[in-house]
Ligand binder design. Structure first.
Ligand code: PLP
Length: 392
Protein backbone atom coordinates (compact mmCIF):
# COMPACT_ATOMS: atom_id res chain seq x y z
CA UNK A 1 0.00 0.00 0.00
CA UNK A 2 2.44 2.75 1.10
CA UNK A 3 -0.33 5.22 1.82
CA UNK A 4 1.56 7.28 4.32
CA UNK A 5 4.07 8.54 1.79
CA UNK A 6 1.74 9.06 -1.15
CA UNK A 7 0.10 12.33 -0.12
CA UNK A 8 1.66 15.75 0.12
CA UNK A 9 0.71 18.38 2.65
CA UNK A 10 -1.27 20.47 0.17
CA UNK A 11 -3.57 17.64 -0.80
CA UNK A 12 -7.14 17.97 0.39
CA UNK A 13 -9.90 15.43 0.29
CA UNK A 14 -13.30 14.90 1.84
CA UNK A 15 -13.31 11.45 3.41
CA UNK A 16 -16.49 10.25 5.06
CA UNK A 17 -15.85 7.42 7.50
CA UNK A 18 -18.98 7.79 9.62
CA UNK A 19 -21.29 5.35 7.86
CA UNK A 20 -22.67 3.99 11.14
CA UNK A 21 -24.12 7.47 11.73
CA UNK A 22 -25.68 7.58 8.27
CA UNK A 23 -24.88 6.56 4.70
CA UNK A 24 -25.31 8.62 1.54
CA UNK A 25 -28.06 7.55 -0.88
CA UNK A 26 -26.84 5.43 -3.76
CA UNK A 27 -27.74 6.76 -7.23
CA UNK A 28 -29.93 3.73 -7.90
CA UNK A 29 -31.92 4.44 -4.73
CA UNK A 30 -32.30 8.12 -5.61
CA UNK A 31 -33.51 7.21 -9.12
CA UNK A 32 -36.09 4.80 -7.71
CA UNK A 33 -37.42 7.48 -5.34
CA UNK A 34 -37.51 10.52 -7.60
CA UNK A 35 -40.75 9.79 -9.51
CA UNK A 36 -42.49 9.24 -6.19
CA UNK A 37 -41.69 12.83 -5.25
CA UNK A 38 -42.12 14.51 -8.63
CA UNK A 39 -44.80 12.89 -10.76
CA UNK A 40 -46.30 9.76 -9.24
CA UNK A 41 -46.92 10.64 -5.61
CA UNK A 42 -50.32 9.79 -4.19
CA UNK A 43 -51.78 8.74 -0.88
CA UNK A 44 -51.56 4.96 -0.70
CA UNK A 45 -54.98 4.87 0.99
CA UNK A 46 -56.71 6.57 -1.96
CA UNK A 47 -58.96 4.38 -4.07
CA UNK A 48 -58.03 5.93 -7.45
CA UNK A 49 -55.43 4.52 -9.85
CA UNK A 50 -52.65 6.77 -8.58
CA UNK A 51 -53.37 5.69 -5.02
CA UNK A 52 -53.35 2.05 -6.04
CA UNK A 53 -50.01 2.51 -7.80
CA UNK A 54 -48.50 4.07 -4.70
CA UNK A 55 -49.83 1.15 -2.65
CA UNK A 56 -48.33 -1.35 -5.13
CA UNK A 57 -44.97 0.42 -5.00
CA UNK A 58 -44.97 0.22 -1.20
CA UNK A 59 -45.88 -3.48 -1.32
CA UNK A 60 -43.04 -4.18 -3.72
CA UNK A 61 -40.66 -2.43 -1.33
CA UNK A 62 -42.11 -4.43 1.57
CA UNK A 63 -41.19 -7.64 -0.30
CA UNK A 64 -37.62 -6.38 -0.82
CA UNK A 65 -37.17 -5.45 2.83
CA UNK A 66 -38.69 -8.77 3.94
CA UNK A 67 -36.37 -10.59 1.50
CA UNK A 68 -33.30 -9.04 3.10
CA UNK A 69 -34.09 -10.73 6.43
CA UNK A 70 -35.90 -13.91 5.33
CA UNK A 71 -39.30 -12.63 6.47
CA UNK A 72 -42.71 -12.58 4.80
CA UNK A 73 -43.88 -9.27 3.38
CA UNK A 74 -46.84 -9.18 5.80
CA UNK A 75 -44.44 -9.31 8.73
CA UNK A 76 -42.91 -5.91 7.86
CA UNK A 77 -44.30 -2.72 9.44
CA UNK A 78 -42.84 0.48 8.01
CA UNK A 79 -41.96 3.16 10.57
CA UNK A 80 -40.17 6.52 10.56
CA UNK A 81 -36.80 5.27 11.87
CA UNK A 82 -34.81 2.63 13.67
CA UNK A 83 -35.64 4.52 16.85
CA UNK A 84 -39.37 4.18 16.26
CA UNK A 85 -38.96 0.49 15.41
CA UNK A 86 -37.13 -0.15 18.70
CA UNK A 87 -39.73 1.84 20.64
CA UNK A 88 -42.60 0.03 18.92
CA UNK A 89 -41.08 -3.40 19.57
CA UNK A 90 -40.80 -2.61 23.29
CA UNK A 91 -43.90 -0.48 23.97
CA UNK A 92 -45.95 -2.66 21.63
CA UNK A 93 -45.28 -5.92 23.49
CA UNK A 94 -44.64 -5.03 27.14
CA UNK A 95 -47.99 -3.78 28.37
CA UNK A 96 -48.42 -5.54 31.73
CA UNK A 97 -47.51 -3.81 34.98
CA UNK A 98 -44.44 -5.24 36.64
CA UNK A 99 -43.32 -7.38 33.70
CA UNK A 100 -39.62 -8.31 33.53
CA UNK A 101 -37.36 -7.37 30.61
CA UNK A 102 -33.82 -8.53 29.81
CA UNK A 103 -31.56 -6.27 27.78
CA UNK A 104 -27.87 -5.29 27.60
CA UNK A 105 -25.89 -2.26 28.73
CA UNK A 106 -24.49 -1.89 25.21
CA UNK A 107 -27.86 -1.31 23.51
CA UNK A 108 -28.65 1.87 21.60
CA UNK A 109 -30.47 4.51 23.63
CA UNK A 110 -33.58 3.86 21.52
CA UNK A 111 -33.81 0.59 23.47
CA UNK A 112 -32.30 1.67 26.80
CA UNK A 113 -34.49 4.76 27.24
CA UNK A 114 -37.59 2.82 26.14
CA UNK A 115 -37.12 0.16 28.83
CA UNK A 116 -36.27 2.88 31.35
CA UNK A 117 -39.62 4.45 30.59
CA UNK A 118 -41.35 1.12 31.24
CA UNK A 119 -39.56 0.90 34.57
CA UNK A 120 -40.93 4.32 35.51
CA UNK A 121 -44.43 4.04 34.07
CA UNK A 122 -45.30 0.35 34.44
CA UNK A 123 -43.02 -0.60 37.29
CA UNK A 124 -41.23 -3.08 35.03
CA UNK A 125 -38.13 -4.82 36.33
CA UNK A 126 -35.15 -4.74 33.97
CA UNK A 127 -32.04 -6.93 33.98
CA UNK A 128 -29.12 -5.26 32.19
CA UNK A 129 -26.53 -7.74 30.95
CA UNK A 130 -22.91 -6.65 30.71
CA UNK A 131 -20.73 -7.79 27.82
CA UNK A 132 -17.35 -9.41 28.38
CA UNK A 133 -14.19 -7.53 27.39
CA UNK A 134 -14.67 -8.55 23.73
CA UNK A 135 -17.94 -6.61 23.62
CA UNK A 136 -20.31 -9.58 23.38
CA UNK A 137 -22.89 -10.77 25.91
CA UNK A 138 -22.98 -14.42 26.88
CA UNK A 139 -26.22 -16.31 26.13
CA UNK A 140 -25.89 -18.14 29.45
CA UNK A 141 -26.32 -14.78 31.19
CA UNK A 142 -29.72 -14.57 29.52
CA UNK A 143 -30.66 -18.02 30.79
CA UNK A 144 -29.62 -17.09 34.32
CA UNK A 145 -31.58 -13.84 34.21
CA UNK A 146 -34.91 -15.44 33.23
CA UNK A 147 -37.80 -14.99 35.63
CA UNK A 148 -41.29 -16.43 35.79
CA UNK A 149 -42.66 -13.13 34.45
CA UNK A 150 -39.99 -12.30 31.84
CA UNK A 151 -41.91 -10.89 28.90
CA UNK A 152 -39.22 -9.62 26.52
CA UNK A 153 -35.54 -10.07 25.75
CA UNK A 154 -34.02 -7.27 23.67
CA UNK A 155 -30.45 -7.83 22.49
CA UNK A 156 -28.99 -6.09 19.45
CA UNK A 157 -27.60 -7.98 16.46
CA UNK A 158 -24.52 -5.76 16.03
CA UNK A 159 -23.30 -2.89 18.16
CA UNK A 160 -23.18 0.53 16.50
CA UNK A 161 -19.92 1.62 18.13
CA UNK A 162 -17.75 -1.49 18.02
CA UNK A 163 -19.52 -3.50 15.31
CA UNK A 164 -19.44 -6.52 17.64
CA UNK A 165 -22.01 -9.18 16.71
CA UNK A 166 -24.09 -10.57 19.55
CA UNK A 167 -25.05 -14.26 19.91
CA UNK A 168 -28.67 -13.64 18.93
CA UNK A 169 -29.21 -17.11 17.48
CA UNK A 170 -28.26 -18.80 20.75
CA UNK A 171 -30.38 -16.32 22.70
CA UNK A 172 -33.24 -17.04 20.28
CA UNK A 173 -33.06 -20.73 21.20
CA UNK A 174 -33.28 -19.89 24.91
CA UNK A 175 -36.18 -17.49 24.30
CA UNK A 176 -38.06 -20.17 22.36
CA UNK A 177 -37.45 -22.85 24.99
CA UNK A 178 -39.10 -20.59 27.55
CA UNK A 179 -41.79 -19.01 25.35
CA UNK A 180 -40.39 -15.49 25.79
CA UNK A 181 -40.42 -12.82 23.08
CA UNK A 182 -37.08 -11.84 21.54
CA UNK A 183 -36.47 -8.46 19.93
CA UNK A 184 -33.22 -7.66 18.17
CA UNK A 185 -32.08 -4.26 16.96
CA UNK A 186 -30.47 -5.12 13.60
CA UNK A 187 -30.07 -1.50 12.48
CA UNK A 188 -26.27 -1.85 12.25
CA UNK A 189 -26.19 -5.45 11.06
CA UNK A 190 -28.64 -5.47 8.16
CA UNK A 191 -26.93 -5.32 4.80
CA UNK A 192 -23.54 -5.98 6.45
CA UNK A 193 -24.05 -9.60 7.49
CA UNK A 194 -26.72 -12.01 6.19
CA UNK A 195 -29.78 -12.08 8.45
CA UNK A 196 -32.54 -14.65 8.60
CA UNK A 197 -35.26 -14.07 11.18
CA UNK A 198 -36.05 -17.79 11.33
CA UNK A 199 -32.46 -18.75 11.93
CA UNK A 200 -32.18 -16.05 14.61
CA UNK A 201 -35.45 -17.17 16.17
CA UNK A 202 -36.48 -13.59 16.91
CA UNK A 203 -40.06 -12.31 17.12
CA UNK A 204 -39.25 -8.66 16.41
CA UNK A 205 -36.36 -7.07 14.51
CA UNK A 206 -35.60 -3.38 13.88
CA UNK A 207 -34.21 -1.90 10.67
CA UNK A 208 -33.36 1.59 9.43
CA UNK A 209 -33.02 2.56 5.76
CA UNK A 210 -30.40 5.28 6.17
CA UNK A 211 -27.82 2.89 7.58
CA UNK A 212 -27.81 0.96 4.29
CA UNK A 213 -27.69 3.72 1.69
CA UNK A 214 -31.44 4.30 1.81
CA UNK A 215 -33.20 7.53 2.82
CA UNK A 216 -33.31 9.03 6.32
CA UNK A 217 -36.67 8.97 8.08
CA UNK A 218 -37.74 5.43 7.16
CA UNK A 219 -37.47 2.31 9.28
CA UNK A 220 -39.12 -1.06 9.55
CA UNK A 221 -40.06 -3.48 12.28
CA UNK A 222 -40.32 -7.19 11.58
CA UNK A 223 -43.23 -8.55 13.62
CA UNK A 224 -43.60 -12.33 13.47
CA UNK A 225 -46.93 -13.55 12.12
CA UNK A 226 -49.46 -14.02 14.88
CA UNK A 227 -47.76 -11.68 17.37
CA UNK A 228 -50.15 -9.06 18.72
CA UNK A 229 -48.62 -5.61 18.76
CA UNK A 230 -50.13 -2.73 20.69
CA UNK A 231 -49.67 0.25 18.31
CA UNK A 232 -47.96 3.41 19.60
CA UNK A 233 -49.58 5.60 16.95
CA UNK A 234 -53.31 5.42 16.42
CA UNK A 235 -55.40 7.11 13.75
CA UNK A 236 -55.94 5.57 10.32
CA UNK A 237 -55.62 1.84 9.83
CA UNK A 238 -52.25 2.10 8.08
CA UNK A 239 -49.79 -0.78 8.17
CA UNK A 240 -52.64 -3.18 9.00
CA UNK A 241 -53.47 -1.23 12.13
CA UNK A 242 -49.98 -1.49 13.57
CA UNK A 243 -48.69 2.00 12.77
CA UNK A 244 -51.08 4.82 11.88
CA UNK A 245 -49.95 7.67 9.63
CA UNK A 246 -49.91 8.25 5.87
CA UNK A 247 -47.08 6.17 4.43
CA UNK A 248 -43.90 7.89 3.25
CA UNK A 249 -44.12 6.34 -0.21
CA UNK A 250 -40.94 7.79 -1.73
CA UNK A 251 -39.00 6.84 1.41
CA UNK A 252 -40.43 3.33 1.46
CA UNK A 253 -39.61 2.85 -2.24
CA UNK A 254 -36.07 4.03 -1.47
CA UNK A 255 -35.83 1.56 1.42
CA UNK A 256 -36.94 -1.23 -0.93
CA UNK A 257 -34.28 -0.26 -3.49
CA UNK A 258 -31.61 -0.05 -0.77
CA UNK A 259 -32.62 -3.48 0.61
CA UNK A 260 -32.37 -5.01 -2.85
CA UNK A 261 -28.87 -3.58 -3.32
CA UNK A 262 -27.86 -4.64 0.19
CA UNK A 263 -28.91 -8.22 -0.53
CA UNK A 264 -26.89 -8.18 -3.74
CA UNK A 265 -23.85 -6.97 -1.80
CA UNK A 266 -23.25 -10.41 -0.29
CA UNK A 267 -22.65 -11.85 -3.77
CA UNK A 268 -21.27 -8.99 -5.85
CA UNK A 269 -18.13 -8.48 -3.78
CA UNK A 270 -19.04 -5.11 -2.26
CA UNK A 271 -19.19 -6.40 1.32
CA UNK A 272 -15.93 -8.27 0.81
CA UNK A 273 -14.35 -5.04 -0.46
CA UNK A 274 -15.52 -3.07 2.58
CA UNK A 275 -14.04 -5.70 4.90
CA UNK A 276 -10.73 -5.61 3.03
CA UNK A 277 -10.59 -1.81 3.37
CA UNK A 278 -11.53 -1.94 7.07
CA UNK A 279 -8.87 -4.59 7.75
CA UNK A 280 -6.30 -2.50 5.87
CA UNK A 281 -7.26 0.58 7.88
CA UNK A 282 -6.85 -1.28 11.16
CA UNK A 283 -3.57 -2.99 10.38
CA UNK A 284 -2.01 0.15 8.89
CA UNK A 285 -3.09 2.34 11.79
CA UNK A 286 -1.66 -0.08 14.31
CA UNK A 287 1.56 -0.16 12.30
CA UNK A 288 1.78 3.64 11.96
CA UNK A 289 0.68 4.67 15.42
CA UNK A 290 2.18 3.26 18.59
CA UNK A 291 0.12 2.80 21.74
CA UNK A 292 -3.10 2.03 19.91
CA UNK A 293 -5.48 -0.95 19.90
CA UNK A 294 -8.74 -2.20 18.45
CA UNK A 295 -11.74 -2.32 20.76
CA UNK A 296 -13.63 -5.58 20.25
CA UNK A 297 -10.85 -7.10 18.12
CA UNK A 298 -11.36 -10.59 19.50
CA UNK A 299 -15.09 -10.72 18.75
CA UNK A 300 -16.97 -11.43 15.52
CA UNK A 301 -17.75 -8.04 14.02
CA UNK A 302 -19.61 -6.49 11.10
CA UNK A 303 -17.18 -5.86 8.21
CA UNK A 304 -17.35 -2.06 8.08
CA UNK A 305 -16.56 -0.90 11.62
CA UNK A 306 -13.23 -0.21 13.34
CA UNK A 307 -13.23 1.17 16.86
CA UNK A 308 -9.68 2.16 17.69
CA UNK A 309 -8.16 3.40 20.90
CA UNK A 310 -5.21 5.80 20.41
CA UNK A 311 -3.43 7.07 23.50
CA UNK A 312 -3.44 10.88 23.41
CA UNK A 313 -6.67 11.18 21.39
CA UNK A 314 -8.80 11.85 24.50
CA UNK A 315 -11.88 14.04 24.59
CA UNK A 316 -12.56 14.24 20.88
CA UNK A 317 -9.25 15.96 20.12
CA UNK A 318 -8.34 13.64 17.26
CA UNK A 319 -11.81 13.95 15.77
CA UNK A 320 -11.52 17.73 15.70
CA UNK A 321 -8.10 17.65 14.05
CA UNK A 322 -9.30 15.13 11.46
CA UNK A 323 -12.39 17.20 10.76
CA UNK A 324 -10.20 20.18 9.87
CA UNK A 325 -8.42 18.13 7.21
CA UNK A 326 -11.61 16.67 5.77
CA UNK A 327 -11.85 13.30 7.50
CA UNK A 328 -15.21 12.64 9.20
CA UNK A 329 -15.20 10.03 11.99
CA UNK A 330 -16.89 9.80 15.36
CA UNK A 331 -15.71 9.23 18.88
CA UNK A 332 -15.89 7.18 22.01
CA UNK A 333 -17.46 10.01 23.95
CA UNK A 334 -20.43 12.30 23.54
CA UNK A 335 -19.31 15.90 23.93
CA UNK A 336 -21.48 18.93 24.56
CA UNK A 337 -20.91 22.30 26.23
CA UNK A 338 -17.23 21.52 26.69
CA UNK A 339 -17.67 18.32 28.69
CA UNK A 340 -17.42 14.77 27.40
CA UNK A 341 -19.20 11.67 28.63
CA UNK A 342 -17.39 8.46 27.67
CA UNK A 343 -19.39 5.98 25.60
CA UNK A 344 -21.65 3.72 27.69
CA UNK A 345 -20.79 0.86 25.31
CA UNK A 346 -17.02 1.08 25.78
CA UNK A 347 -17.39 1.55 29.55
CA UNK A 348 -19.65 -1.53 29.71
CA UNK A 349 -16.89 -3.51 27.97
CA UNK A 350 -14.59 -2.58 30.84
CA UNK A 351 -12.56 0.17 29.19
CA UNK A 352 -11.39 2.92 31.54
CA UNK A 353 -13.06 6.33 30.99
CA UNK A 354 -9.73 7.66 29.64
CA UNK A 355 -9.36 4.85 27.15
CA UNK A 356 -13.01 5.10 26.08
CA UNK A 357 -12.66 8.81 25.48
CA UNK A 358 -9.49 8.21 23.45
CA UNK A 359 -11.35 5.84 21.11
CA UNK A 360 -12.43 6.67 17.60
CA UNK A 361 -14.96 4.92 15.39
CA UNK A 362 -14.17 4.58 11.70
CA UNK A 363 -17.15 3.22 9.77
CA UNK A 364 -16.97 2.50 6.06
CA UNK A 365 -19.65 2.35 3.40
CA UNK A 366 -20.04 1.07 -0.16
CA UNK A 367 -18.66 4.41 -1.33
CA UNK A 368 -15.41 4.20 0.61
CA UNK A 369 -12.35 3.83 -1.61
CA UNK A 370 -8.78 2.69 -1.05
CA UNK A 371 -7.70 6.31 -1.57
CA UNK A 372 -10.06 7.40 1.22
CA UNK A 373 -8.57 4.83 3.56
CA UNK A 374 -5.00 5.75 2.61
CA UNK A 375 -5.72 9.44 3.16
CA UNK A 376 -7.33 8.75 6.55
CA UNK A 377 -4.39 6.61 7.70
CA UNK A 378 -1.96 9.35 6.72
CA UNK A 379 -3.99 12.05 8.45
CA UNK A 380 -4.44 10.03 11.64
CA UNK A 381 -0.71 9.30 11.81
CA UNK A 382 0.08 13.03 11.31
CA UNK A 383 -2.55 14.16 13.80
CA UNK A 384 -1.40 11.75 16.49
CA UNK A 385 2.16 12.95 16.11
CA UNK A 386 0.97 16.55 16.59
CA UNK A 387 -1.28 15.73 19.54
CA UNK A 388 1.38 13.73 21.33
CA UNK A 389 4.06 16.34 20.67
CA UNK A 390 1.75 19.04 22.07
CA UNK A 391 1.10 17.10 25.27
CA UNK A 392 4.75 16.59 26.32
N1 PLP B 1 -30.22 1.28 16.75
C1 PLP B 1 -28.92 1.33 16.43
C2 PLP B 1 -28.03 0.17 16.78
C3 PLP B 1 -28.40 2.46 15.80
O1 PLP B 1 -27.11 2.52 15.50
C4 PLP B 1 -29.27 3.53 15.52
C5 PLP B 1 -28.74 4.77 14.91
O2 PLP B 1 -27.59 5.11 15.03
C6 PLP B 1 -30.62 3.42 15.85
C7 PLP B 1 -31.05 2.27 16.47
C8 PLP B 1 -31.59 4.51 15.53
O3 PLP B 1 -31.88 4.52 14.16
P1 PLP B 1 -32.47 5.84 13.47
O4 PLP B 1 -31.33 6.78 13.30
O5 PLP B 1 -33.03 5.37 12.16
O6 PLP B 1 -33.51 6.36 14.39
Amino acid sequence: MGAVIEFNRQQTRSVYLDANATTPLLGEVFDAMTPWYLTRLANASSSHTRGREARDAAELARCEVAGLIGAEAGEIVFTSSGTESDNLAIFGTVVDRGAHIITARIEHHAVLYAVERLQQRLGCAVTYLSPDETGAVNPEQVRCALRRNTRLISIMTANNETGVLQPVEEIGRIAREHGILLHTDAVQAAGKVPIDVNQLGCDLLSLSAHKMHGPQGVGALFVRNGLRLDPMLVGGGHETGRRAGTENIAGIVGFGAAAKIARRGFDDGSIRKIKKLRDELESSLLREVERAGINGARARRVPNTANIWLEGAEGGRLIQVLDKVGVAVSGGSACSAGSCVPSHVLLAMGLSPARASASVRFSLSKQTTMEDVDFAIWQVAEAMEQLRAASV
